[in-house]
Design a binder for this molecule. Sequence first.
Ligand code: GRF
Length: 197
Amino acid sequence: MKRIGVLISGGGTNLQALIDAQGSVLKSGKIVCVCSNSANAYGLERAKKADIPTKVIRKKADCGGDIDEFSRQICAYMKEMRVDIIVLAGFMAIFGGELLKEYADRIINIHPSLIPSFCGEGMYGLKPHMAALEYGVKVTGATVHLVNEVVDGGRILMQKAVYIEDGDTPEVLQKRVMEQAEWIILPQAVEMVCSAD
Ligand code: GRF
């Protein structure tokens, strides 16, 4: 059974999908801790309700705004909890250095578009959906990929397409992509990685 550490920044609906998948879709991994870079992320409540240990590590308040110190503190917590695989579930902070090195090819991210479309620097939250509507694509979706030093650049593990409908707003589209794609492929992709070796 692999030990999973989940990093969040906000609502934590993808974390909730992982919690709910434990024992069914997610058979080979167990969430052992949740780390947030925001003290008021609702995802922390979701973790507490599921009796999962949590920790808040804020880049400015706890790490003096230093990205290397931020990465070091997160890495130290993952090691302390003996995490094998890290999942970024709505995690909005950029990190680098030690965490990427220590957990090379063992960090998974969910991105709300079909990479390589609408991804990269600054493309998070509603922005990928705004860009898809702006461009006028008929299909978008979600991508689960391994994390490397390039933002949204790691190996693609799984994707799921979602149709854009007439009159979609970014908020309506975001919700459909979460419900019909993110919450389905993230648990499946995490299980695939946990059961791989
Ligand atoms: C979602 O749009 C997800 O695709 C992106 O962050 C947003 C919030 O996710 N990665 P969550 O509800 O906090 O899981």
